[in-house]
Design a protein around this ligand. Structure first.
Ligand SMILES: [Zn+2]
Length: 255
């Protein structure tokens, strides 16, 4: 790592959050998430109306709205405005977790060089775990599209579609890591790169290399070789550095 890396503000690393009292709006947010999980609600399902929630939670309109806003900012719910609108269940998307974390990284003085270094490690861990997944039928089914003789068939030409296609592979690998916490947590690094650095790059120029790399990783996972899966993934992420032209010593920014 370069010596010119900006120093983090020392206060950033202190941890006092646990001693802070939970606000009413945070309690509401927690209760709503609990209801979504308990009732097995899915993305797109409606939550009760504001009037119903006010009665149920017994809080002020201000606290309820602040609680909903807290969840909305993190993509955990969306709120349709206007008549017939209301809160809708969102997705558990590691991209949103990553997006929130960029504020922490930025304040800590974290740079893109550190982000890329982390990405190599986190993706490697996910690939290694996926190769150790005992549900081999699930692994083979999930990786089937990436194990084809000529996997370039079906690779989209459009930039946005290509980015989605690329991210999907990494999402599949993460889902096979068989630990929801690790899967969400470790995907955030790649998600920050994919969703927030992509404005400066065109990964399609590496299309053939990316497809080949994915096939190497997919084969190692499919044949249950954790070490090979990990090193192939690490190599793939290092290849990806070339397509993201960002200032490596720039601070990681919210985008
Ligand atoms: Zn990839």
């Amino acid at each position: 790592m370069s010596a010119s890396r900006p120093a983090a503000h020392p206060a950033v690393f202190s941890s006092e959050a646990k001693t802070r009292a939970i606000k009413t709006s945070e309690n509401v947010a927690r209760a709503i998430v609990h209801t979504i999980v308990r009732d097995r609600l899915r993305h797109g399902d409606r939550l009760p109306s504001e009037a119903a929630m006010l009665g149920h939670y017994g809080v002020s309109r201000e606290s309820l709205r602040e609680g909903l806003r807290l969840l909305e900012v993190q993509g955990l719910i969306s709120i349709r405005r206007g008549p017939g609108g209301g809160p809708i269940v969102g997705r558990v998307d590691s991209a949103n977790l990553g997006r929130i974390s960029t504020l922490f990284y930025h304040l800590a003085g974290g740079t893109y060089a550190e982000l890329f270094e982390s990405w190599v490690m986190t993706e490697g861990i996910l690939a290694g775990r996926a190769a150790r997944n005992h549900d081999r039928a699930l692994v083979l089914e999930a990786l089937d599209p990436y194990l084809a003789e000529d996997p370039r068939v079906g690779v989209p030409a459009d930039m946005a579609d290509f980015v989605r296609f690329h991210a999907h592979f990494h999402g599949v690998v993460a889902s096979l890591a068989d630990n929801r916490v690790l899967s969400l947590l470790l995907q955030t690094t790649g998600q920050i790169v994919t969703h927030h650095v992509v404005g400066n790059a065109d990964p399609r120029e590496g299309r053939d290399e990316i497809v080949r790399d994915h096939m190497d990783v997919a084969r190692a996972i499919a044949t249950g070789r954790p070490h090979k899966a990990r090193t192939s993934m690490e190599e793939h992420i290092r290849h990806m550095f070339r397509y993201y032209r960002v200032g490596l010593e720039d601070y990681i920014a919210w985008r």
